[in-house]
Structure formats: C-alpha cells, structure tokens
Design a protein around this ligand. Sequence first.
Ligand code: GLN
Length: 540
Amino acid sequence: MKQKYIFVTGGVMSGIGKGVTTASILLILQSKGYKATAMKIDPYVNVDAGTMNPVEHGEIFVTDDGGECDQDIGNYERFSEKSLNKNNYLTTGKVYQSVINKERNLEYKGKCVEVVPHIPNETIARIKKAGKEADADFVLIEIGGTVGEYQNLLFLEAARMMHLKNPKDVLFVLVSYLPIPSTIGEMKTKPTQNANRILNEAGIQPDIIVGRSSHPIDETRKEKISTFCNIEPDDVISAPDLESIYEIPLLLDKEKTGEKILKKLELKKKKKDLSEWKNFITQMKNLKKKVRIAIVGKYFETGDFVLTDSYLSVIEAIKHASWNLNHKEEIVWLSAEKYEKDEKAVKELKQYDGIIIPGGFGTRGVEGKINVIKYCRKNNIPFLGLCLGMQLAVIEFARNVCKIKDASSSEFEKNCTHPIIDVMPDQKSILKRKSYGGTMRLGSYKCNIKPKTTSFKAYKRKEIDERHRHRFEVNNEYREDLEKKGLIISGVNPDHNLIEIVEIKKHPFFVGVQFHPEYKSRPLSPHPLFSEFIKKSIQR
Ligand code: GLN
C-alpha cells in the first residue's frame, strides 16, 4: 500500500486537544488493522524542545534515540503503545538548519535557495522519511499552533503541495473550537467558519472538522458548519469535553471517524477492534478507592494559575499505575520552596500516601526538596525520586547519614567541597563550549539491576533500559562511603559504570532513579516502578 498522509491542523485557539485528537486517530487506525505513525511539526525556531523552560512549553518528552520533543509525542506513544523517534518531531529550526547545511555543502548545485519551495520541500522530505522508516500505511502530521498565525504558514504550504501532487493520498482534518458564551448560551460556529476560511486561503480544504466544545454539536450547527465550510454535515465530528483524554478514541470511534477516513482514502477496514481499550476505560470509570500522591516541584506556578503540563508524563504514569491497581489517583501539587524553612509544613507531609520528586534544573527549590526527602526517609513515606529527585535523595543521604555536611551538586554550587553529584569529563568540555542544545545524556541507556532489591522486585528482570535527560551524575568517588552507610545501589549502567538507581533498606519504598521511567508508562502497560510505588502508597 502507498503511504497515506493525514494533516491535522487547529482552528480558533490552542489547547483544545489537537494532539490528543491526533493520538486518538492514530489508535483508531491501528485498531482497524493499519500501521500508523504520527509526527508533530512545531512552528518555533528552536531546533528541538530541549532548550525551553517547561513553564514556557510544558514537558519535554524524550524518545529512545534521545530526541527532545513536544509532549504530544508522549501522547502518541501512550495511545498507540509504540515508541517513536527523532523522525517524529520537526520544528522550523530543524528544517532551516538542515536547508542551510545543505546550502553550505553545495547540495543545491548552485541554485538560489529560497524560502519557497526549499523550506516546504525539506519538510515534505522529512514527512516522507518518517513514514518510510516506520514502514507505516498512515502518517499523521499534526501542525502545531493555530491556523491564521504567521509561524506555521510554510508547513501549511508543504501540506498543500503534498496534496496537489497526490490528492488521493492526502487528507486534512481541522480540529476547531466552538465557544458557548455564557451571555448568549448558544454554541457559535463563526470562529470555526473563519478558521476554515483561513485554511482555504492557504489552498487547503478540510475533509473532516472535529468540533471541540463543552457540549456536543447538534444537527443545526452541523448543517451550518457544512454550508459555510464546504463539507458534508456527516464530516463534522462532535467532540465535547470528557472526563479523561483516554475516552476520546472511543468517542471518535463512535462518530465513525476511522470509517470516514478509510472511505475517503478508498481503503477497507481490516479486522481488529478497540475492545482492549474499551475494557480499560470501563475499569477506569468505575474506580471507587483513592490514592493520594503529592508531587513536589517548581514548574507549575504561572501567575494566578497552576499549570501541570510540565510534569505531564509523571501524572500519566501515576494514573496508569493507580488505575491498574483499582484506585483513582488524587494528585496534590506542592511547591518546593515552601519546605525550605517551614517545619510545620514538612510535618504535614504525613497526610500523603506517597511522594514524588520529579526532574528539574537549577537551584531554586532544591533545599525544600531535600527537607521533604529527609522526612520521607525517616517517616516511612513511600518516595520516588526522578532524575533530579534521585540526585537530591543521594545528597540528603550524604549530608544526614554519611555526615558529609556540605554535600551538594556542582550544578548548584560550581566549586562545592563535596560534589556528590557532578558532571562527567565529557560534559565539562561541552559546558565550556556553551554547547547546550541536545548535548545532555539523552535517550535510552542500559541498566543492570541488583537482585533482592526493591527495584528488582518491581522490574522482575536483571536488565532494563530507560530514557535519560540530564547532565549530572552521582559521583563514583563517594560510592564507597554511601554504600558503607547503607545506601543500596540497585541499578548501574554496565557500559559507563554510572549509578542509575538508589534505594534504602527497611523502608516500604524509597527509590531514586537517574532516568525518567515516566516516559515509558502506557495506559495498558503501566511502568513497573510506578506500579510498585503506588502499591506501597495504597498500603500506607
Ligand atoms: N538538573 C539535573 C541534571 O542535569 C537533573 C535533570 C533532570 O531532572 N532531568 O543532571
């Protein structure tokens, strides 16, 4: 079968679930027996998402091959249960960088290199490459941002050019918002009509419009959209707000989205169905008991609002593990800085069933997190430290158990006397060159697990691999001291002898991992470490 391409664009405003819609269509096509992959094209000039502050952009998702991507890639992986790679993520910066490199290498053979067609052509080449290398029947391409903004125009142009060449292989989906202003009390279609018009101006006619709103779209409104947006009423898909994003594939399936796509592309449904997913949703919607998990971090305060996007995969991993253990998650956000001096606040931590300290960068909030870890360690509260969370657990242990009073990380204090956490020699030269983008220890690395440890009990395997994103490591010079005082090094990278997992004895669950297990948790297959952590939290 020739590859088919489905472009997903967004109308009216961002944040209405374009990524989840793309991930859901991906799952639906898979459930009809097709091999599908998805990619995200972000309009910003950053070459990848790695150099952005999470408050600015949300979580940075990491693929096995070390790509630092937008969080939508995480949704694609969670919905499709498949691992993606760097091919699945593109930005304006990446496209321009490669065009400029080619120009420098004379690959355009003396031609004048222009924004059009060279930038869209490079985009098209990369879309095709992603599809070919994944050996996919379908490539879904989500174009970041909203139609009508200046930044993503060249990607719409690439989509238009692909359609022009192969009209039978390319489909357009517009995910648009339908507001219901409280003063009017009626669902309005005009913003969506305008979004459609903007696409038309770019030479694109949507084949399907997914209408996002707080309520379902009625027939009257479907007719209206049909008339003004040149599509059949049947091709307007009603997508009202739902309790969980994981219900969206079922909703789109009920609206026959998969069948419509296949029909338009003249394809037949092969066997297979969504029954496993359906069972999972049924179970998830009937949870009665609760487990209360606190996350101590610093990337969720923006003005008067709490934005939890920065920790998206951690949240999802908690959900997957809890649901699988028949509990509904209750996640509480705790700001690290509060625990720096407030003794009373620290004592109040006992109300939680389990505590997670996720990844992070820089000094802010660090001392508060160390106080939280100390309390968890001493009071038998299940604790899971992720990346920075693990590094801080080692620092806390060094300070308070090994009595190395000024134990620290050279990330916080460049010339500290006891850099329990330090940079590797190769990282030192990278930092000297100020070559920050894409140079952390990124992607999947092997780890050997020590038998008879909590980690082994969770993984039930001796060899694992997990995804990394950090520059600093536990300093092997202190390894002996730490082990002598009881820190268990339960996971080590066999190739570089780096400490990957630490834990302590006589504690229900106290585990710190240098990697990010959250990236590999999926709804139908929760991550074993999260499962074990949640299990102990439930027991508490
Ligand atoms: N800042 C730490 C490092 O670079 C931890 C990074 C993280 O938590 N992802 O090593």
